[in-house]
Design a protein around this ligand. Structure first.
Ligand code: CTP
Ligand code: MG
Length: 229
């Protein structure tokens, strides 16, 4: 395959506060990372690079081996950095030869459907990236302290998800540029756009939400095992 996916799992999960790296938190006997990897390995074949929290490389490698058991895809584990951007950069260093499209995916989006991964990969072109994004449902306000300044038109806004896909060479150049400039971006699409790249939006999925807080963890557990009445 000419596609690779970098699954970033090196965060500490401060907002979740589970006392362990978020990717290694148990959902239902399987970890957040294992669920994310099961989604990846249900997609079309690609190289899989998992970016692990420092000190947890072996645990992550074992999860990857297990998820890859019936697939045998080319895969690797690398150690992450202080920021998400540094973790992605570490993943980029591990890309194999012949890779033309790179997807970057949050392990924390544990329940992301494989169809979303395939759709992003299919939407990447040699000069444009693609990201899934959901319409915003809340009424949004611009605020200043406790003052409500104005409503913001949500029709022009969308909530970005992952995986985010890019042509490899252009993404690598954008990362080199951001690193040299000392820039820190909120996601890969922003970093790619800052280098002049065009990013296309495709529909997102409710199931691709990011597990960030304890309530999100509860939601993921409910989706996996709905309580019976
Ligand atoms: N991530 C990473 N390396 C970092 C920071 C984040 O690989 N230095 C990954 C996380 O593991 C996660 C994804 O980036 O899969 C999205 O980040 P976030 O949800 O913010 O996770 P954490 O940084 O772990 O959580 P928090 O910000 O609450 O500490
Ligand atoms: Mg974070």
């Amino acid at each position: 395959p000419t596609t690779a996916i970098i699954v970033v799992a090196a965060g500490s999960g401060t907002r979740l506060g589970a006392g362990a790296p978020k990717a290694l938190v148990d959902l239902d006997g399987r970890t957040v990372l294992r669920h994310a990897l099961d989604g990846v390995f249900a997609a079309a074949p690609m190289q899989v690079i998992v970016v692990a929290p420092a000190g947890h490389e072996q645990t992550v490698a074992d999860e990857l081996t297990e998820a890859n058991r019936d697939r045998g895809w080319r895969s690797a584990v690398v150690t992450g950095g202080e920021t998400r951007q540094q973790s992605v950069a570490a993943g980029l260093e591990a890309l194999g030869e012949g890779i033309e499209t790179v997807l970057v995916h949050d392990a924390a989006r544990a329940l992301t459907p494989a169809t979303q991964i395939d759709a992003v990969a299919a939407a990447v072109t040699p000069d444009a990236g693609a990201i899934p994004a959901l319409a915003v449902v809340d009424t949004l306000k611009r605020v200043d302290g406790d003052a409500v300044v104005e409503a913001v038109d949500r029709a022009v806004l969308a909530a970005a998800q992952t995986p985010q896909g890019f042509p490899r060479a252009v993404l690598e150049a954008a990362y080199a540029r951001a690193t040299a400039a000392g820039e820190e971006h909120t996601d890969d699409a922003a970093l790619f756009a800052a280098a002049g790249g065009f990013v296309r939006r495709i529909p997102g999925s409710e199931r691709a939400f990011k597990i960030t807080t304890p309530a999100d963890l509860e939601r993921a557990r409910m989706l996996l095992h709905p309580p019976t009445a």
